[in-house]
Design a protein around this ligand. Sequence first.
Ligand code: PLP
Length: 404
Amino acid sequence: NSNVFNCPLNPPDALFALAGRYKDDDSAHKVDMSIGAYRTNEAKPWILPVVHKTEELLVNDPSVTHEYLPILGNPEFRKVAAKLILGDKVDLNTVATVQTLSGTGANHMAAVFLRRYTPWGKKSNTIYVSDPTWANHHTIFSYVELDIKKYPYWDAKTKALDFEGMYSTLKKASAGDIVLLHACAHNPTGVDPTREQWEKLASLIKEKELFPFFDCAYQGFASGDLDNDAWAVRMFIDRKIDMLVCQSFAKNMGLYGERAGALHIVLSDATPETKAAIESQLATQSRAEISNPPAFGARIATKILTTPSLFDEWRRDIKTMAERILDMRAELKGELVRLGTPGNWDHLTSQIGMFSFTGLDPKQVDRLVTEFHIYLAANGRISMAGLNKNNVKYVAKSIDTVVR
Ligand code: PLP
C-alpha cells in the first residue's frame, strides 16, 4: 500500500466540481448557474470599473510595495471595513478586528476562536446553522469539531421562511450556544427574515444568552444598498447584543480571488483592554496559520472606502449588479408564466440576492445538467448572475421541460 497515511479519498467539493464540468462542456448552449459569482450579460466575469480604476491608481503609486502586512492585517482596512458593516454607532476602539482570507477565512478564524473560547465561560461547543445553509459552513465547522445543530429555515411547501420552526428551535437552545445568521441575502434560499422577525430573533437571542455569529458575504447584493443590507447587524448592536461578524468583499467588490475580508468581534461592554486581549488571540491564530493576510485586495477595498468619489462609484457598480440580477429574476419568472410551466414561480422574484432556491428536485436538476447543459447545484439553487438576455428563454424552456 503506497498510501502510508492510509487516508481515504475525499469526494471533490460538489460545487467546484460542477463548475469544472461546465468549463469542460463544449456545448454552445451551456449555462453556468453554479458558483455565486457575478457575470455580465455576455456571461463574462466583471471587473468592477471602480476596481479597475483603483488598481491603476495603486500600480502607479510609488508608496505601494509588496512588503508584508502586519499580522492582524492592514490597519486602515480593518477600521474602514468595520465601519462599513457595523456603522458609526459602535466605538471601534472596543471592536476586535482581524483581516482574513475573505469570508471563508473569517468563518474559519471565528470557528477556531470559538473552539478555544466560549462566550461567558459556558461549556457549549454548539453552533446552530440554518437548514439549509452555505455548504461550506458544515465543512468549516465540522473541520474544527464544533458541534453543529440545525434550525429549520426553508419551508419547501410554502417556498418561504419557516419562522415558527426557526424561532421554536432556537428557543430550546442553551445559554452560550452560537447561532449562525446570514446578515442578508441568505445563501442558498434567497429568503431573509422580515425586520419584525429580526427584532423577535434579537429579543430571543438576548433573553436566552445565545451568541450570534453573523456571516455577511453579500452586503449590497440584497437590496442594492449597503446600509440597508447592514440593518440586522446594526440593530443587534443597538440592542447591545454581543456578537461576531464575518465580512467578505468577494462579491460586492468582485474581488473573489483576492481574498479580502475581516472578522469583527463586537462586545457591548468591551473596553480597549478587551479588544486588545481578543485581538492578541486572533493575532496568534493568524500568525500560526497564514502569518499575515494578502495585501492587494484589502488595499483596493481601503482606497475605495476612503475616497469619496470612488465610494460613490462603487455604490453605482453595486446597483448595476443588483439591478441586472433583479431583471433576470423577473424575466425568468415571466418566461415560465408565459410557458404555463406547472407550479407557482412567485418565489423567483420574492427571493433576494445572488441566489434563487428554485424548488427543483435532484432528478430535475440532474436532467438540466446532463441533457440541457445547465449547471446548477443539486439542491436546486441557481446563481441568478448566470442568466442573461441571451440564455434566459433557453433556461426557462428547459426548466419547463423537466418540470412537466
Ligand atoms: N458565507 C457565505 C454565506 C457565502 O455564500 C460565501 C461565498 O459563497 C462566503 C461566506 C465566503 O466567500 P469568500 O470566502 O469568497 O469571501
